[in-house]
Ligand binder design. Structure first.
Ligand code: APR
Length: 232
């Protein structure tokens, strides 16, 4: 089976009602990213950051995968599919994708403040315990924090993601402005013979001299067009 790797961003979840970051009206229009999504912001005001992610967890609880997530999962019938996502929602999981690499963490998980990547401290948050408050403890006794990779923190899964892209026969970027590194740099690891598709309603600047096939549509329509191209 040919190997297809999807690099997804907030845009693939837009039609599920989840706000993107850099569109007008997006999350970073409403909040200062340095205050709520950086490690410095967390140490400056832990309660503000804990509350920001509590609110996003409550907002996410009624969201469902949209057609784009479902089509990505369905392609597993014809391809060896890996989803490398920058999203912290679990819509790819809900849609049935079986191989998902979360580069920026997962909203419905919590971990240790002292060692966020200690696997013994990573716990699932459920619909009846979605909030993290100051004083909640992780298994190592330190403060519990969101299992999110903040600006200023390393991206532990980037090496795994690079290997996936290096082995891809097809690379598809869906719903990412490719503004944030190291995720955005993944496109450079595709082999010269690997076609790259970008699905996005707006033009996306891909810093590469590679030829890119742009499908300038929303994720659900764009994925339909991609599937017809791949399966024809
Ligand atoms: N379908 C497809 N793409 C869409 C749609 C849609 N319905 N609506 C918007 N988009 C596109 C936008 O045109 C934009 O290119 O999705 C992209 C969203 O870009 P960003 O908001 O920058 O989101 P993303 O690229 O995922 O951000 C990367 O930045 O703040 C950090 O950690 C955060 O993971 C996030 C990272």
């Amino acid at each position: 089976m040919k190997k297809i790797v999807f690099l997804t961003g907030a845009g693939i979840s837009a039609e599920s009602g989840i706000s993107t970051f850099r569109d007008s009206g997006g999350l970073w229009d409403k909040y200062n990213v340095q205050d709520v999504a950086s490690i410095e912001g967390y140490w400056r005001n832990r309660e503000l950051v804990l509350e920001f992610y509590n609110v996003r967890r409550h907002e996410s609880v009624n969201t469902k995968p949209n057609k784009a997530h479902l089509l990505v999962a369905e392609l597993e019938k014809n391809f060896d599919v890996t989803v490398v996502t920058q999203n912290v929602d679990n819509l790819h999981e809900q849609a049935g994708s079986s191989k998902i690499v979360h580069l920026h963490g997962e909203l419905m998980k919590a971990t240790s403040e002292r060692d966020p990547n200690d696997p013994r401290c990573i716990v699932e948050l459920g619909p009846d315990n979605m909030d993290i408050h100051l004083g909640d403890k992780a298994k190592d006794g330190s403060q519990l924090r969101p299992f999110i990779v903040w600006f200023g923190e390393s991206v532990p899964m980037i090496e795994v993601a690079v290997e996936e892209v290096e082995e891809a026969d097809i690379l598809v970027v869906v719903g990412s402005s490719l503004n944030v590194y190291p995720a955005a740099g993944l496109v450079h690891y595709a082999r010269p013979t690997t076609p790259i598709y970008v699905i996005d309603p707006k033009p996306v600047e891909v810093h590469t001299n590679r030829s890119i096939t742009f499908i300038q549509k929303k994720a659900s329509e764009g994925m339909e067009e991609l599937v017809s191209l791949l399966l024809k």
